[in-house]
Design a protein around this ligand. Structure first.
Ligand code: DX5
Ligand code: ZN
Length: 229
C-alpha cells in the first residue's frame, strides 16, 4: 500500500500542532520535515527544534530530509529531537556510507536523497546501507513546483536495480505529487509519496488522501521507461 508522507513545508506554521493532528486523523503515514541551510539549497527552513515540536504533536514516524551541506554534523541532533527516518543528499556528503551508518547508529532509518540532476550511479555502491531512497522530482528548496518527468525513468531504473539485487529499499519521491500526478509516480514504482502543497492546500485532508490512495492503487506498472511527453 502507498505510504503517504505529509510534507509540513506547506503547512500553516501558526497552527502546526493542529495541522499535524489533522493529517494524522486524515490517514497520513509519515510526516516529512524539510531542513534547508541556504547553501545546499537556496532557502532556509526548519531545524532540530521544529522536529522536537513535531514529535510532541504526532505519533507518526518523522522523516527528516536534510538539504544541508555536511549533514553528519547534525544527524545526532535530529535523531535526539525525535526523527525516525533521516535522509542525506548523496551530492552533499563525501562519504555517503559513513553518513548512512551514522544515521543507523543513532537509531533512525537511513535514507539517501538525490536531486533530479544527479545520476543514479552516485548511490549504486551505497544502496544496501539505506532503508529508503528519496528521489527528488523537483529542484530541492521549494514546495509547489511542477515535477521533472525524467524522474519517472530514474524511479523505474532504480526499481529494476533493487529487484536485481534483492533489496527491499523503499523508493520515495518528493516534489510535484498530487491527485493529478500520483498515478505516474506509482506506475513507475514509487512506494512512499511526499505530498506538500497538494495536501495542505486542500480543504479536506481526508478526502485528498483517499483520492491519492485510490489513484496510486489504480495505476498499472510502467513497462516502457520513456520520459512521458
Ligand atoms: C522540496 C521539498 C519537498 C516539498 C514538496 O525541496 O523537499 O518535500 O515539500 O512540496 P510539493 O509537494 O508542494 O512539491
Ligand atoms: Zn523533502
Amino acid at each position: 500500500m502507498a505510504i503517504i508522507v505529509a510534507s509540513i513545508l506547506s503547512a500553516d506554521f501558526t497552527r502546526l500542532g493542529e495541522e499535524l493532528a489533522a493529517v494524522e486523523r486524515a490517514g497520513a503515514d509519515w510526516v516529512h520535515v524539510d531542513v534547508m541551510d541556504g547553501h545546499f539549497v537556496p532557502n532556509l527552513a526548519m531545524g532540530p527544534m521544529t522536529v522536537e515540536a513535531v514529535r510532541r504533536s504526532t505519533s507518526l514516524p518523522i522523516d527528516v530530509h536534510l538539504m544541508i551541506e555536511d549533514p553528519d554534523l547534525f544527524v545526532e541532533r535530529f535523531a535526539k529531537a525525535g526523527a525516525t527516518h533521516i535522509s542525506v543528499h548523496a551530492e552533499a556528503t563525501i562519504h555517503l556510507i559513513r553518513s548512512l551508518e551514522l544515521i543507523r547508529s543513532c537509531g533512525c532509518h537511513p535514507g539517501i536523497a538525490l536531486g533530479p540532476a544527479a545520476p543514479l550511479s552516485l548511490v549504486e555502491w551505497s544502496l544496501d546501507h539505506a532503508d529508503y531512497v528519496d528521489l527528488l522530482s523537483v529542484n530541492p528548496g521549494f514546495g509547489g513546483q511542477d515535477f521533472q518527468p525524467s524522474t519517472l525513468v530514474k524511479v523505474h531504473a532504480l526499481g529494476m536495480e533493487l529487484r536485481r539485487r534483492g533489496l527491499a529499499t523503499i523508493i520515495e519521491c518528493d516534489g510535484g505529487i498530487g491527485p493529478m500526478t500520483i498515478a505516474a509516480f506509482s506506475a513507475a514504482g514509487v512506494e512512499a509519496f511526499v505530498i506538500g502543497s497538494a495536501l495542505f492546500a486542500a480543504a479536506d485532508y481526508g478526502a485528498v488522501i483517499g483520492e491519492l490512495r485510490e489513484k496510486a492503487a489504480a495505476a498499472s506498472p510502467m513497462l516502457d521507461p520513456r520520459v512521458p511527453s
